[in-house]
Ligand binder design. Structure first.
Ligand code: S3P
Length: 441
């Protein structure tokens, strides 16, 4: 979608300490799900804190295409007029999920239960991402979904199938796979029971309960009975921990810095990076812990501290799966070795994040040894130069952080997809003291 325009950044080392208070945009995972459940609910749902990112806008557009009225009374706010579980209409034409793996995989489950056929397409990056992980269990439930060769998008979802609940042990720890199956389970007869190899983010389960579906869940297990309905309920979306993560690392690395990040979502299945950074010596405190829309939130105060390398505990991997690009940068700026293992999933994200981050950091003079399921990074001083984010939003922002402590200017290529998850990143970064601007084209 946005991959066509090549936006590059010129990044300069921070001229002074980073400082200030900021609020990062709403959580991407919660925003996708809020629109989906609100659309399938009976009644009117107000969503506050909705992420105005390309990924979540694509999901909202999908439901508009299927006849759901969605109003945007203010920025980051939506009013969704739910049509009920069986009220969606066939979209005229393809549904374009853009860059969003979450959008496509969750929609695959949801659309498998409709009476009509649907076609899901995505951008070049999404078109390379594996869909078998959802189509295979959905087929066991009775869904009929065609993929391109190798289990890749586009997806053709045949409607009017009878779905039955399954008892399924997920082979990979993936909240997207879990959620796709649960969404199909809304349309299935009998119980859908899922066990995970490691607990993953549970927003689908929490939100289903908030919308009135009697789901049972605990870390690593979800049991969803068929045959109920969803009732509209307002959703408050917390600020996205994954977006806050860039600032946590930046302020840790730039000498003298102190940043306050307001009302960040602190779901324990998302905050693995906090634990990893603390093991590396980071100085991050939590203040004003409270709940927002059933989710824990806190203000995070991060002060510069010298970091040292660690062996990232594998148990943290699912809880920080989106934060490895920026963890690689923290490791590059730390003293000594950091080892990442048990993270092969990084190879099938918006890019192969092990390759993209290793190649970029090596271009700056950091020694990075790639492993099939991770990397070994030797921290030290590094130079500026040119790095390619390969159109991966999180790699682009991570390189912008690296540029704050590089010894010279850095150009980051292919940054337009930052708008998929973090609209306004450059303005917030500049406001807290980053040297960062759009490169003249
Ligand atoms: C997400 C789950 C994770 C994560 C992605 C968002 C979700 O993907 O990386 O950014 O909202 O369920 P996997 O399910 O592939 O681990």
């Amino acid at each position: 979608m946005s991959g066509a325009s090549r936006l590059n950044w010129d990044v300069a080392p921070a001229a002074a300490a980073l400082s200030g208070e900021l609020r990062v945009p709403g959580d991407k995972s919660v925003s996708h799900r809020a629109v989906m459940f609100a659309a399938l609910a009976e009644g009117r749902t107000r969503i506050r804190g909705f992420l105005e990112g390309e990924d979540t806008l694509a999901t909202a557009r999908a439901f508009t295409q299927m006849g759901v009225r969605i109003e945007a009374p203010a920025a980051s706010e939506r009013i969704v007029h739910g049509v009920g579980l069986h009220g969606l209409e066939p979209a005229a034409g393809d549904i374009d999920c853009g860059n969003a793996g979450t959008g496509m995989r969750l929609l695959a489950g949801l659309l498998a239960g409709q009476r009509f056929d649907s076609h899901l397409i995505g951008d070049a990056s999404l078109s390379r991402r594996p869909m078998h992980r959802v189509t295979e269990p959905l087929a066991r439930m009775g869904a009929r979904i065609d993929t391109a060769a190798g289990g890749l998008p586009p997806l053709v979802i045949h409607g009017d199938q009878h779905l039955a609940g399954i008892d399924y042990a997920l082979p990979v720890a993936s909240a997207q796979v879990k959620s796709a199956i649960l969404l199909a389970g809304l349309y299935a007869t009998g119980e859908t029971r899922l066990t995970e190899p490691h607990p993953t983010r549970d927003y689908t389960e929490r939100m289903l309960r908030a919308f009135g579906w009697p789901i049972n869940f605990e870390p690593g297990l979800a049991r969803l009975p068929g045959g109920h309905r969803l009732r509209a309920t307002d959703v408050d979306v917390p600020a996205d921990f994954s977006s806050a993560a860039f600032f946590l690392v930046a302020a840790s690395l730039v000498p003298g810095s102190e940043l306050v990040l307001r009302a960040v979502g602190m779901n324990p299945r998302r905050t693995g990076l906090l634990a990893a950074l603390r093991l590396m010596g980071a100085d991050i405190s939590e203040e004003n812990r409270t709940e927002q829309g059933g989710e824990p939130v806190a203000d995070l105060v991060v002060r510069h501290a010298p970091l040292h390398g660690i062996d990232v505990p594998e148990v943290l991997v699912p809880d920080m799966i989106d934060e490895f690009p920026v963890l690689f940068v923290a490791a590059a700026g730390a003293r000594g070795l950091t080892r990442v293992s048990g993270a092969a999933e990084l190879r099938v994200k918006e890019s192969d994040r092990i390759v993209v981050m290793a190649r970029g950091l090596r271009a700056l003079g950091i020694a990075v040894e790639e492993r099939p399921d991770g990397a070994v990074i030797t921290g030290g001083r590094f130079s500026g130069g040119e790095v390619d984010s390969a159109g991966d939003h999180r790699c682009a922002m991570s390189f912008a952080i690296a540029g704050q402590i590089a010894s010279g200017p850095l150009r980051v290529l292919d940054c337009s997809n930052v708008a998929t998850s973090f609209p306004g990143f450059t303005a917030l970064a500049q406001g807290s003291g980053f040297g960062l601007r759009t490169a003249p084209s």
